[in-house]
Design a protein around this ligand. Structure first.
Ligand code: SAM
Length: 417
């Protein structure tokens, strides 16, 4: 008798979980746990074990959804108030490490009333494994809340997700109906923040928001978004025979240029961004590469003034609708010399069903976030080719590839006069 889908899934879960567990044991790595001392990074370095982990994640997701059925799948967790409050009142920082605190004492430290604090935290425990209640009435850390209290980038990401992204979702359709446009200052985000300026301009006069965004970007640089995939997935030694110039357009605090500089010896980097973003950025640069990383205020809609071998655009274009991408690319043209290359490191939409369910969820989520924040979109291979050629047909030899395990693809084009 052929096994049903749910039994096939259960079998995949068992065999791959065994494989994963044996690996963790043989490497003396801790088993996953939400206990306070549970691991946040599992320490898996083997590609085949990472694949086994992906199979378990995808199979459990599918099995869970099959068993709750279509009616309940229509009811995701809609309520972000609990996580929003954990960020706003910095609750994780008031819970002692490896200790316990009563709801009453915690409420007075956070300036909240105990009844509301209790319901907020019990929701977070049930839905997100944030905090635990080891005995009735007392709160202790879980691995997730410990991460929040120890990692300011994780805390900033929570704030960004709920104060900005979540609000933007709720206003997206209203913005679409009101403006009928793909301008960045007429998005769900703009409506929710009561501004007629696009995100980046708004940040320029709200430095705290800009700082929180930069911290979120650093937090998201983990896993498949790690800059290491770009460092290892592109032939940097071929740039100007190893001594060329790279302009990192919209490079924020320079994290990516720093990572590439650390793996090469002579490349020079010019990190361009808006003045508010690069202010003080030089102080973050490690000593060993400081003479090769330069910061420059530059608006990428204005003509490029630095002549370079590579113009790197990492996670820039997915923030902009097509007409704006074309404008940014055309603004690069005045500085180009034959052989200059565009290197775009950005998301690549797959054809339906080409990716594992959890990876497909990630990219579809990012696509919808782009709609709500910027009126922009993620692109497939054909979209990328079309938009580059639309900007200028002298961008040639377009190549697209995704390093193994990376969330971002690399798109390369060479300037030919
Ligand atoms: C999503 S972040 C990407 C940062 C960086 N490239 C990375 O991958 O970590 C987008 C960046 O574009 C910058 N930006 C937005 N508008 C800009 C403009 N008109 N000129 C230059 N940079 C801009 C933002 O300040 C921000 O740092």
């Amino acid at each position: 008798m052929v096994s049903s889908r749910i039994v096939q899934l259960a079998q995949q879960i068992i065999s791959n979980t065994h494989e994963l567990d044996s690996y963790l044991q043989s490497e003396n790595l801790p088993s996953p746990s939400f206990e306070e001392d549970g691991p946040v990074d599992f320490g898996i370095r083997s590609d085949s074990i990472k694949k086994a982990q992906d199979v378990v994640i995808d199979s459990t997701l599918e099995l869970h959804n099959l068993l709750i059925g279509p009616a309940l799948c229509l009811r995701p967790v809609l309520n972000g108030v609990s996580l929003q409050a954990i960020y706003k009142y910095n609750i994780a920082s008031h819970v002692p490490m490896r200790g316990q605190i009563s709801f009453e004492d915690l409420a007075s430290k956070c300036g909240l009333d105990p009844i509301n604090l209790r319901r907020i935290l019990r929701f977070a425990m049930a839905h997100h494994y944030v905090f635990q209640e080891p005995r009735s009435g007392y709160v202790a850390h879980s691995a997730a809340s410990r991460k929040l209290s120890e990692d300011s980038n994780a805390q900033a990401t929570l704030g960004y997700m709920f104060d900005e992204v979540w609000q933007a979702f709720a206003h997206t359709l209203q913005a679409k109906e009101k403006f009928k446009s793909d301008e960045p200052n007429e998005s769900g985000w703009s409506l929710s923040q009561h501004t007629d300026r696009p995100v980046w301009e708004h940040y320029a006069s709200h430095p705290e928001m800009a700082k929180r965004f930069a911290r979120t970007m650093s937090a998201l640089a983990e896993g498949g978004n790690s800059p290491l995939f770009l460092v290892e997935g592109f032939s940097w030694p071929s740039v100007g025979d190893g001594s060329g110039i790279v302009v990192d357009v919209g490079g924020s605090k320079g994290d990516v240029s720093i990572a590439i500089a650390q793996s090469t010896s002579n490349l020079q980097f010019v990190v361009q961004d808006l003045p508010s973003m690069i202010k003080d950025a030089k102080t973050h640069v490690p000593n060993e590469v400081t003479n090769r990383i330069h910061f420059m205020a530059h608006d990428f809609f204005k003509d490029q003034t630095v002549q370079a071998d590579v113009y790197l655009f990492r996670r820039i274009f997915h923030n902009w609708s097509d007409s704006h991408v074309v404008r940014i690319l055309r603004a690069t043209v005045p500085a180009l010399k034959p052989g200059s290359r565009l290197v775009i490191n950005d998301y690549l939409i797959p054809n339906a069903g080409e990716m594992s369910p959890s990876k497909e969820r990630d990219i579809r989520s990012m696509d919808m976030i782009m709609l709500s924040l910027f009126n922009s979109r993620e692109r497939d291979a054909n979209d990328w080719r079309m938009i580059i050629l639309d900007a200028d047909v002298r961008f040639q030899d377009i190549k697209i590839w995704t390093p193994d395990g990376a969330s971002l693809a690399i798109i390369e084009a060479t300037w030919k006069n």
